[in-house]
Write a protein that binds this ligand. Structure first.
Ligand SMILES: [Zn+2]
Length: 112
């Protein structure tokens, strides 16, 4: 139960971090025309860096929150980072290959 709350908190934090990154990037893009060229460019580079950093942080937070359950055999597992990143996904499922039965299904994320 405590683990589930912790994982939910990580997901909420990941969403907040992404929103912050998008806000910083958007602000830098819309402010650019009103600033001298060099300062505007610096602002855009800073905004893009903040955005990339926020995406990286969000992926890291999402990756460590919970594991996945195979729809075929019910086995719970933590995918490799590569499999996690490249898998087709929805907010609650991810198409992964089960290490136990070898089937590729839309595995459901389990937070607790
Ligand atoms: Zn399986």
């Amino acid at each position: 139960m405590i683990m589930e709350k912790k994982n939910k908190l990580r997901i909420v934090l990941a969403v907040c971090v992404v929103l912050l990154g998008v806000a910083i990037l958007t602000e830098s893009i819309f402010t650019y025309p009103y600033l001298p060229h060099t300062l505007g460019l610096t602002l855009i580079i800073t905004g893009a860096t903040a955005f990339l950093f926020s995406i990286t942080m969000a992926v890291a937070l999402d990756y460590v929150s919970g594991d996945y359950e195979c729809r075929q055999c019910g086995h719970r597992f933590v995918p490799t980072l590569g499999a996690y990143i490249w898998a087709i996904h929805t907010p609650t499922t991810r198409r992964l290959k089960c290490p136990k039965c070898g089937k590729k299904t839309f595995c459901k994320r389990k937070l607790g």
